[in-house]
Design a protein around this ligand. Structure first.
Ligand code: BEZ
Length: 220
């Protein structure tokens, strides 16, 4: 189990791009590790195809991607052909642009709390759930999401979250509900009224029934 703010632990694993040492692979980049229940399953195939189509968007944000599915590397290589076939309309790449980690013994799935107890393979072993870990250039966990195997993720939302994480990593702001890049953001509560005026001269205070001036919106 990894908590927000923890250094994401190093591990070595076999992947479709050969054996990797996770910290070496991360280098000093933003990264997303996302897990899948199993190869040759319908929702997972749509998810990998969706991520492949979004690779240019993740690259623009300097985010590395790595998937994990609990089958072995031989199976991953065979499955990749289906994924590429499924996303042919929007992507003509001959290979996936990101590696897939193999975890046939569920070593990493157990270590990082990615097991879906309700879904089992033919031998009775649990499958991995749909986890998303976003890791910062300091190798610390910035965000984690856990979805059950039966619910596919919205990767446009993951991109939106990356935009928020990268913005709030360098500025004293927070992003409100349903925020999208270009929209107003909140000045963080820890800034005094004077500091808020200096850092964000265009900010405005939204009136609320309590009369407390904590809802401070600013363009960025
Ligand atoms: C799927 O990827 O379609 C899936 C995998 C495991 C359980 C349910 C759905």
């Amino acid at each position: 189990m990894v908590n927000l703010g923890d250094i994401f632990p190093n591990f070595t694993a076999d992947t479709t791009a050969g054996e990797i040492s996770f910290h070496e692979w991360l280098a000093e980049s933003w990264a997303i590790l996302f897990s899948h229940p199993a190869d040759f399953t319908p929702v997972c195939t749509t998810e990998l195809a969706t991520v492949q189509k979004l690779v240019p968007e993740f690259t623009k944000r300097k985010v590395k991607l790595i998937a994990l599915s609990c089958d072995d590397t031989e199976s991953h290589h065979a499955w990749k052909k289906d994924v590429l076939g499924y996303c042919k309309d929007g992507d003509t790449a001959s290979d996936l642009a990101f590696p897939i980690i193999s975890d046939p013994k569920r070593t990493l799935a157990v270590k990082f709390g990615m097991v879906d107890p309700d879904e089992k393979d033919k031998t009775g072993l649990p499958l991995t759930c749909r986890a998303v870990f976003i890791i910062g250039p300091d190798k610390k966990l910035k965000l984690s999401l856990l979805y059950p195997a039966t619910t596919g993720r919205n990767f446009t939302e993951i991109l939106r979250v990356v935009d928020s994480l990268q913005l709030t990593a360098t500025q004293k702001v927070a992003t409100p509900a349903n925020w999208e890049p270009g929209k107003e953001v909140m000045v963080v509560p820890s800034l005094s009224p004077q500091e808020a005026k200096e850092k964000f001269p265009e900010h405005r205070v939204v009136e609320v029934p309590s009369g407390k001036p904590y809802l401070r919106l600013t363009p960025i």
